[in-house]
Write a protein that binds this ligand. Structure first.
Ligand code: RIB
Length: 307
């Protein structure tokens, strides 16, 4: 069984259903309000676990009801939470998601306890990291902690996967300890300055990352699919087009599910990408992040057993 450590955020998501995303200065009525478990890190952990990996989580919550709810939810999935800190000095992370009638969203994140994850906590979690096949991180927890975690991983032959979301600049130090980088188009352009609007520019992007020490570049392109390149082979794995109700957590589902089925020499990268996209196509057809993430059985029920 693939062992994955996820270093990342845990958020309680509140979704506000609105007609369209407000323009600056505009006031809108909310037609419905719903809440669900979320956070990029927690969603990716749940996705990997539901696709058959054994996941250990490194992160933090507050000592509030939201934190208890999130930990109960993740524990029920079978995720190892021994490296999750319960902080007295911060609330559990919270996200407010504005969801329009086309299923598109805009998200505001109040980091809370997620911002308290530091290098000391990572050092305490070093055995967990060393015992993993992969470690996954995003940008909803502090970057110095990610660098520390990835250094421990690299020293111990653990493959590091960076999902640089939400968009931010990325230091050469972090790229030098990243094996697989998986941005979307916006995040990729924010890091490299190269717009990924055609294959030539995608290859240039992959070259940029390769020159910084990254082994594999994956660029998620929404309805166009996922581009991958490791310097020797490259390709575009098409998406599975469905009618989206709520895209929240789609990217997280992809990262978690893809990592759960990826083999360490990355030789099945295109099949793993295809599987991850099948999983995320199911997520977008339902409301909420974590509740919509499918199990492997669900992916097989919808798309057939070859997964
Ligand atoms: O990627 C989706 C997630 O982003 C949501 O669950 C929300 O918590 C924000 O972190």
């Amino acid at each position: 069984m693939t062992k994955i450590s996820v270093l990342g955020s845990i958020n309680l998501d509140t979704t506000l259903h609105i007609n369209h995303i407000p323009l600056p200065g505009e006031t809108l009525h909310v037609s419905e309000k719903s809440s669900a478990a979320g956070g990029k890190g927690a969603n990716q952990a749940v996705s990997a676990q539901r696709s058959g990996a054994q996941v250990s989580f490194i992160g933090a919550v507050g000592l509030d009801d939201g934190g208890k709810f999130m930990l109960d939810t993740m524990k029920n999935e079978g995720i190892d939470l021994s490296q999750v800190k319960k902080r007295k000095d911060a609330d559990t992370g919270a996200a407010t998601i504005m969801l329009d009638e086309k299923g598109q969203n805009s998200i505001l994140v109040d980091a809370g306890a997620n911002a308290k994850v530091d290098s000391d906590q990572i050092k305490e979690a070093s055995e967990t990291i060393k015992n993993s096949d992969y470690i996954i991180a995003q940008f909803e927890t502090p970057i110095p902690a990610t660098i520390e975690a990835f250094k421990i991983a690299k020293e111990n032959g653990v493959i590091t996967i960076l999902n640089p979301a939400p968009a931010s600049e990325v230091s050469d130090e972090l790229l030098s300890v990243t094996d697989i980088i998986a941005p979307n188009e916006t995040e990729s352009a924010a890091i490299t300055g190269i717009e990924v609007d055609n294959e030539e520019n995608m290859l240039k992007t992959a070259e940029y990352f390769k020159s910084k020490g990254v082994k594999m570049t994956l660029i998620t392109l929404g309805e166009r699919g996922v581009f991958y390149c490791d310097g020797n082979r490259h390709g575009l794995v098409p998406a599975h087009t469905v009618k989206a109700v709520d895209t929240t957590g789609a990217g997280d589902t992809f990262i978690g599910a893809m990592s759960a089925v990826l083999v360490p020499d990355l030789s099945n990268i295109d099949e793993a990408i295809d599987y991850g996209q099948k999983a995320s196509s199911i997520t977008v057809q339902n409301l909420g992040a974590m509740p919509s993430i499918p199990t492997k059985e669900k992916v097989e029920e919808v798309y057939g057993k070859e997964n």
